[in-house]
Ligand binder design. Structure first.
Ligand SMILES: [Fe+2]
Length: 414
């Protein structure tokens, strides 16, 4: 059996490390599952030129089983008022009821996991029932957070996820977990009472992770800040469904910890890299000013780790943390601007707990050094190595649906 002691230590050198407070031209030394040091390279070192090393990205909000295309949305020229209206359309959609239903649930989960992996996200929260995702998480190529409590949404239309707001929130308090809930994803009176309802149940504190918040009033923002609760911004999903998003400038100005989430591709971005750019464009369009690339970077690294209560382990490149890192080709002299400009084909290497899980063929030695099983795939004309077998997954999907299905978040040349 493999243990930390038997796994070969190595270092990534030559790239600029993007740490929480500064950038460093040092080697990232990896030993076992952890970052051993930021310093001089180990004997087994691998060079990267014109690259940045970031902490591997974290997607705080997704529904892996729902990652499918095309999107399901409101009738042309209209927008929803409540999330519940979308739920009804989703269930009625032939795409879901007939086509996607032919694909096994495990393969649906794998599609969602690869959507994140191919975009440099090594950690994701699947906002869905433990009784469903627990059985698939061990087979997925990335880290899917399994320690969380949840509720669907604080309205009478809520789906039966979890054991109810009070029990789930109490469990979060007892076990130091995040309590993740769609919050005010709608503009009618009931949806806009969501935060008040949670507050009246005495279930509003810093365990709360509120996704969407499109119905938030200024008072809701003040209460969220006072409680130390977290907000997850999913601009692409919001604008697709409602033609608006939350009052993000006020939420940020209040000092609330904000992360970025994709939601599923049924309504949101193709992946987290696209969501970063969509967030930037949305902010510019709404306010006529720029949101900083540094802040957007925090939203998919440190802020995300804080919301999920895993900052001790991931979210930044620091000695002693888990070695989750992504090496990206340099697209700009400013590292944060460079991240926002990153496309899938700019990913050099993605590392999860010291093991490479996705990377260019040139870095094959790192995969071999760690004894990592991998497949060779062609992605937008480049040979890449990847954990698991996404090409086999797409073959199974095509066999199941009976035609050459294309999913743009699985950008393999097949
Ligand atoms: Fe969602």
């Amino acid at each position: 059996m493999r243990t930390d002691d038997t796994v070969q230590a190595y270092s990534l050198e030559g790239a600029v490390l993007v740490t929480p407070r500064k950038t460093l031209k040092k080697a990232l030394r990896i030993s076992g599952r952890k970052i051993e040091a930021l310093g001089k390279p180990n004997p087994a070192h691998f060079s990267f030129k014109d690259s940045y090393v970031f902490p591997a990205l974290i997607n705080v909000h997704d529904h892996l089983r729902g990652d499918y295309l095309p999107k399901v949305g409101p009738p042309p020229g209209t927008f929803y008022v409540r999330c519940h209206d979308w739920e009804k359309d989703l269930r009625a959609a032939k795409l879901v009821a007939v086509e996607r239903a032919k694909i096994s649930e495990k393969d649906c989960y794998l599609l969602g996991a690869y959507k994140n992996l191919f975009a440099g996200a090594a950690t994701v929260n699947d906002h869905f029932l433990h009784s469903v995702n627990d059985q698939y998480i061990p087979f997925l190529p990335i880290r899917v957070v399994s320690r969380y409590t949840l509720h669907h949404e604080p309205t009478s239309y809520s789906l039966p996820w979890g054991e109810g707001i009070e029990i789930e929130h109490q469990r979060a308090r007892n076990l130091d977990l995040p309590f993740i809930i769609h919050m005010e994803e709608g503009m009618d009176a009931e949806y806009q009472r969501g935060l008040d309802l949670v507050e009246e149940l005495d279930c509003l504190d810093d365990h709360n992770v509120h996704v969407h918040c499109v119905g938030y009033s200024d008072l809701d923002i003040a209460k969220t800040k006072k409680a130390g609760a977290h907000v997850v911004w999913c601009p692409n999903s919001n604008i697709f469904m409602y033609n608006l998003t939350c009052k993000i400038r006020k939420i940020l100005a209040a000092g609330i910890n904000v992360s970025l989430g994709t939601d599923s591709t049924a309504t949101g971005s193709l992946n987290l890299l696209e969501e970063l750019r969509f967030a930037r464009r949305t902010y510019r369009k709404l306010y006529g000013e720029e949101i900083s690339a540094r802040l957007l970077t925090d939203m998919v690294t440190e802020n995300a780790a804080a919301a999920l209560r895993v900052s001790r382990d991931i979210g930044s490149l620091e000695e002693g943390k888990l070695a989750d890192a992504v090496v990206l080709a340099r697209k700009d002299d400013d590292p944060y601007e460079s991240l926002v400009k990153t496309n899938i084909e700019d990913i050099e290497l993605l590392v999860l707990e010291g093991d490479p899980i996705f990377g260019r063929k040139e870095h094959e030695e790192i995969f071999a050094l760690r004894g990592q099983k991998y497949a060779t795939v062609k992605l937008r004309g480049r040979e890449m190595l990847v954990k698991g077998d996404p090409a086999g997954l797409m073959r199974r999907v095509r066999e199941a649906v009976g035609f050459k299905k294309v999913l743009d978040f699985i950008p393999l040349d097949l």
